[in-house]
Design a protein around this ligand. Structure first.
Ligand SMILES: Cc1cc2nc3c(=O)[nH]c(=O)nc-3n(C[C@H](O)[C@H](O)[C@H](O)COP(=O)(O)O)c2cc1C
Length: 296
């Protein structure tokens, strides 16, 4: 783990270290962190050491001898130590036992408040420039889910033709959706225009908004595991078909169709691995040191 991260994790557990780190930062930014800055244009304040005389103020930004500083928000920081052993175990358990669900959905209704918690988890995902480009269309209507299934069915027939021989037979034997059996569908979309054309962090890679939306899906997926709700991601559609069924505007991207429902059993490993389609790769083959291929 990088040293910076390690130190950060220790802040909660070892306050004296936190104090030391804070002191280090204070040396670099004496006014902002030593609590000596007031947002005033009074250059004669007693609080201010001579060598850090304020020279200008503009909309909350402070300048001292060429060094531009921002208001001190350190009071907004919360303690961030490691979780307790039980809490850590719960997080890793959710990650390791989360599964893509296709066939195990129970028909029990999923209450609105539970859906609300899952959506709140999704909405707390990181996003480029804090863009929050997502929308969530919660679909309980069986007729709409039937139309979504028909769109899947057409695309899936095309998909099967893209494989050949034994692989095509194997593909055809797989169940790759639970659109009609899961009581709830959630379509997760990405609005590229959520905060204008120039977005902090998306300036050099337009796909960052889609990646942010995928983070929201993963948050929802993990929270659902903790709630005893299975989630299945279905991606085998022509996007235009799904947009048509759901009335999604052209400019908005469909990122995921998620099938949701209570489950009382889940596979212990990915279903595709159990059914012989593909196995999990050894992690050590995927990790490089310092540069591509490094450490091999
Ligand atoms: C972007 C994305 C799209 C997926 N699309 C489908 C899909 O169309 N049908 C399906 O059965 N599974 C789909 N999956 C689920 C994967 O097959 C599954 O995550 C993978 O086999 C690993 O299994 P696990 O999620 O149970 O660990 C998708 C997963 C992701 C992340």
């Amino acid at each position: 783990m990088p040293a910076g991260l390690r130190e950060n994790r220790e802040f909660g557990a070892r306050p004296e270290r936190a104090q030391r780190c804070k002191a280090d930062v204070c040396r670099l930014m004496p006014l902002a962190f030593a609590g000596k800055v007031r947002q005033t244009d009074d250059a004669k304040s007693e609080d201010r050491p001579d060598n850090h005389r304020l020279t200008a103020l503009d909309s909350g930004r402070l300048c001292c001898w060429g060094l531009t500083m921002r208001p001190d928000h350190s009071g907004s920081l919360a303690r961030a130590g490691a979780f307790s052993a039980d809490e850590r175990e719960a997080v890793y358990r959710a990650i390791e036992t989360r599964r893509d669900v296709r066939s195990e959905f129970l028909s029990d209704p999923v209450p609105d408040d539970v859906i609300g918690r899952l959506l709140a988890a999704a909405h707390h995902a990181p996003s480029v420039g804090f863009m929050q480009p997502w929308n969530f269309i919660v679909v309980r209507d069986a007729g709409i889910r039937e139309q979504v299934w028909e769109a899947f069915s057409r695309a899936n027939a095309e998909a099967a033709e893209m494989f050949s021989g034994a692989q095509q037979s194997a593909y055809r034997s797989l169940k790759l959706e639970g659109i009609r059996t899961a009581p709830v569908g959630i379509c997760v979309t990405c609005d590229p225009d959520r905060c204008g054309d120039v977005v902090l962090g998306r300036t050099h890679n337009r796909r960052m908004d889609s990646y942010s939306t995928v983070c929201a899906v993963q948050n929802l997926w993990l929270a659902a595991r903790a709630e005893g709700i299975g989630v299945g991601w279905v991606s085998i559609f022509h996007e235009a078909d799904l947009k048509n069924v759901l009335g999604v505007p052209d400019r908005v991207e469909i990122v995921a169709w998620l099938c949701l429902g209570y489950v009382d059993r889940l596979y212990g490993e990915p279903e595709l691995a159990i059914k012989g389609w593909r196995q999990r790769l050894p992690l050590e083959e995927l990790v490089f040191a310092d540069r591509w291929g490094g450490g091999e």
